[in-house]
Ligand binder design. Structure first.
Ligand SMILES: [Zn+2]
Length: 353
């Protein structure tokens, strides 16, 4: 299905249900134009389902000679967790792109899918000679499909399903990364045992979405980034992480819709950004994009009018990093911007004031 067709299926009543009906007549707004009431209804039926994602991956796998599709494990509810692999030369540097540890943060997956398609085209496929790429889209498929053992009835989005942060057991998968793998939830265990421990990974970008009201310098951010902050991270791992951030920052800040802040996050190794860096010496970057696909708290969920630039933000991020790793330019990326990158704060929503 095309995005356009799906957008047209939004009903007026669903928009009214969120008090957003007055915003419907406004032109599609880019970042910086205020709370999500100006961004259309919160609609989940425009997003890929787990099943349509799997169909898409299998179609790309059949089309792309260099792509391999691997099942790395199963979710609590028994869904296969897929990873797209491009390994042309084991000696090449390897980057992992991970999406949807949190099931209600799906536009990163939509962007990763488009990126996978790009890797099958002549324009992008050349990078594959010099970089190995792993993509895990939708680690938390049960949360993404709302197939969980707790109620989502107070979630806001309209559409075929609700999406939630947690896995089916109501566990936050991005707080699992300091445990023995035998103690982990199945999704996290699959990631550790069958990806982190099995592949020689140099870089990882862990893709997320945050609330809608984060800002720096009075402007809402399109996303915020952060390197690993645990004190046990080796200096060279940290330095490479900061270079990875530099590549992403510079690729996005030149876009009209890109406004990137510094994320304020915890130091614990239970968080993927820190855990993967400490445990496996992977240079990591957390990318928290604006707005979640669904939530029970209104300032967290973002209407669909922002989908276009947020999906583009993911594609730009993935394209830019694989190019910089493939041509070696990441080695000389300037990390000084981190010293002046403003930390994000949260704008008070009208409801909170
Ligand atoms: Zn998240």
């Amino acid at each position: 299905m095309t995005l356009k067709k799906k957008v047209l299926s939004v009903s007026l009543s669903s928009m009214m249900a969120f008090g957003a009906v007055t915003a419907v007549a406004l032109p599609a707004a880019a970042v910086g134009n205020g709370p999500n009431t100006g961004h259309g209804s919160i609609q989940t039926s425009i997003l890929h389902t787990y099943e349509s994602l799997v169909d898409y991956l299998k179609t790309q796998d059949a089309k792309q000679e260099t792509m391999e599709l691997e099942v790395i494990g199963q979710t609590v509810k028994g869904r296969d967790i897929y990873m797209a692999k491009y390994i042309s030369n084991p000696e090449n540097p390897t980057i992992l792109f991970l999406t949807q540890q949190h099931g209600n943060e799906q536009l990163t997956t939509e962007g990763a899918m488009e990126f996978i398609k790009h890797l099958g085209t002549g324009k992008t496929s050349r990078v594959l000679q010099n970089v190995n790429i792993l993509v895990i889209p939708m680690l938390n498929a049960d949360g993404a499909m709302g197939d969980v053992d707790f109620s989502l009835e107070d979630y806001l989005a309209d559409g075929d399903r609700h999406l939630t942060r947690y896995n089916a057991n109501k566990i936050d998968l991005n707080r699992e990364h300091d445990k023995a793998t035998s103690e982990m939830e199945p999704e996290a265990r699959a990631l550790h045992e069958n990806v982190f421990a099995k592949y020689d990974i140099d870089y990882m970008i862990d893709l997320h979405h945050q609330g809608t009201l984060s800002e720096t310098e009075g402007e809402l951010v399109s996303g915020s980034i952060l390197y690993p902050t645990n004190e046990a991270v080796k200096p060279e791992v940290l330095e490479k992480s900061k270079k990875l951030g530099s590549v992403v920052y510079n690729a996005l800040e030149e876009k009209g819709w890109g406004h990137i802040g510094k994320y304020v996050g915890g130091n614990g190794t239970n968080i993927g950004r820190n855990g993967a860096a400490v445990r496996y010496d992977i240079s990591t970057l957390l990318f928290e994009m604006r707005g979640m696909s669904d939530h029970y708290y209104e300032p967290y969920a973002l209407g669909q009018k922002s989908n276009g630039y947020l999906i583009k933000q993911t594609i730009t991020t993935l394209d830019a990093t694989v190019k910089a790793i493939a041509d070696g330019s990441i080695e000389t990326a300037d990390t000084n911007f981190w010293d002046t990158l403003p930390e994000q704060t949260t704008r008070q929503s009208e409801e909170d004031e």
